[in-house]
Design a binder for this molecule. Structure first.
Ligand code: ADP
Length: 409
């Protein structure tokens, strides 16, 4: 079965075509046939990047004025006689959509029908920058590819196993009832993928008793305390702003700072929102960049603020590792993933330094030698295993799509 995986943002569509079914999943014989990205949708200079597996990469700058045109262009590329990977669109059998927010409605992926679409629309109030675009992607794709099953895979669903005492804020309960203000968590497909992967790799332990701390460190960063197939806690909250220091987001903050800032700087809600989401984090503290590579390079050249930003980033993660060991009553493994988690050996080294009291001992040589690759990078006497597991959110979306479609059929 060829599953088209779509991730629609406000002005971009990322896509992959994955050949998979239940048997191929079992035998780990799934194949990505092609992948790509269309950005700057809505302009006369949209950027198209397309790469068929094993074939030459293709790029063009062209007019793509809306998401419907973007999806048509993707289907044209996939079935192009020269660089395509399928003869025509009838060789796409199902579509999987990344949806950011499923609210309290969705604790698993769902075949989209009118009722499901209406609930996703309702959750738009909780994720106004994402859900409407995700949903528009579904509407456009279902018009362009009529008659196919479409499946929604939610970033929040994995964390729906959190208990009320974990997900509630210390606010009047009525605000939760009235406005659904609570912690939801995000990056669920990634936390689920890497924890599932480690349970598959660890044959000698009962998966349901495995205590894992997953660290998704990319542009956005979050951690989760995972026991078996259940997320017990995660660092992001009502929005992705809570928790770790990120590329441009502040993470945890005394809420009184926001109130004070609005008065002191004479700024309103929109400006504070932009400040906390776009100008804070590594970028805001270092004044150098939101990109960890550039922060580390500046630190190596002696830039003081870059060093503080780097240390802040790692220190906060250390604190959450301690907290999640308390949540899980110890830990069997911590897993690094995401752009920084997979490739940032300096970051992994700093996070794991002086953590032997909590049972973490990093093998520094393996940390460098295995950079970017799936591997165990702790020393044999580390009581907590330390892993790098590259994430693959698209494959989770493709697999969930197959499961939803095949179970229904
Ligand atoms: P997104 O969250 O948008 O999916 P990624 O998971 O690809 O992003 O992570 C992007 C981040 O990964 C970049 O901002 C950069 O800081 C970091 N990164 C990529 N390569 C390296 C590297 N070799 N060392 C440290 N950080 C890296």
């Amino acid at each position: 079965m060829n599953v088209l995986v779509l991730n629609c943002g406000s002005s971009s569509v990322k896509f992959q075509l994955v050949d998979t079914d239940l048997e191929k999943m079992r035998l780990e014989q799934e194949r990505v046939l092609a992948k790509g990205n269309i950005s700057k949708i809505g302009s006369i200079a949209a950027q198209v990047d397309y790469a068929p597996t094993g074939g030459p990469k293709f790029q063009e700058t062209t007019q793509i004025l809306d998401h419907s045109k973007a999806i048509s262009r993707i289907i044209n590329l996939l079935s192009d006689p020269e660089r395509g990977v399928i003869p025509d669109s009838s060789h796409i059998h199902a579509v999987g959509h990344r949806m950011v927010h499923g609210g309290e409605y969705f604790s698993r992926s769902m075949l989209i029908d009118e009722g499901v679409a209406a609930k996703i629309r309702e959750c738009g109030i909780l994720a106004p920058l994402h859900n409407p675009h995700n949903l528009r992607g579904y509407q456009m794709a279902s018009q362009t590819l009529p008659g196919l099953p479409h499946v929604a895979v939610f970033d929040t669903a994995f964390h729906q196993t959190m208990e009320p005492y974990v997900y509630l804020y210390g606010l009047p309960y009525v605000l939760y009832q009235r406005h659904k203000i609570r912690r939801y968590g995000f990056h669920g497909t990634s936390h689920r993928f890497v924890s599932d992967r480690l349970m598959n790799l660890t044959k000698d332990k009962d998966p349901e008793s495995m205590r894992m701390i997953t660290l998704h460190l990319g542009n956005g960063c979050s951690m989760a305390a995972v026991k078996g197939h259940r997320s017990l806690d995660t660092s992001m909250g009502f929005t992705p702003l809570e928790g770790l220091l990120m590329g441009t987001r502040s993470g945890d903050l005394d809420p009184a700072v926001v109130l004070y800032l609005m008065g002191a700087e004479e700024i309103g809600m929109t400006e504070v929102n932009t400040l906390l989401n776009k100008h804070s984090g590594l970028q805001g503290v270092s004044g150098v960049s939101n990109d960890m590579r550039e922060v580390v390079a500046a630190m190596d050249e002696g830039n003081e603020r870059a060093m503080i930003a780097f240390k802040m980033f790692c220190y906060r993660i250390k604190k959450y590792i301690g907290a999640y060991q308390a949540t899980l009553n110890g830990a069997d493994a911590i897993i690094f993933t995401g752009g920084i988690g997979e490739n940032g050996c300096e970051t992994r080294s700093e996070i794991c330094s002086n953590m032997d009291g909590l049972g973490l001992k990093l093998d520094e040589e393996k940390n460098v030698a295995h950079n970017g690759r799936e591997s165990l990078i702790s020393t044999p006497d580390s009581s907590v295993e330390i892993w790098i597991i590259p994430t693959n959110e698209e494959i989770v979306i493709a697999r969930d799509t197959v499961r939803c479609v095949e179970v229904v059929e």
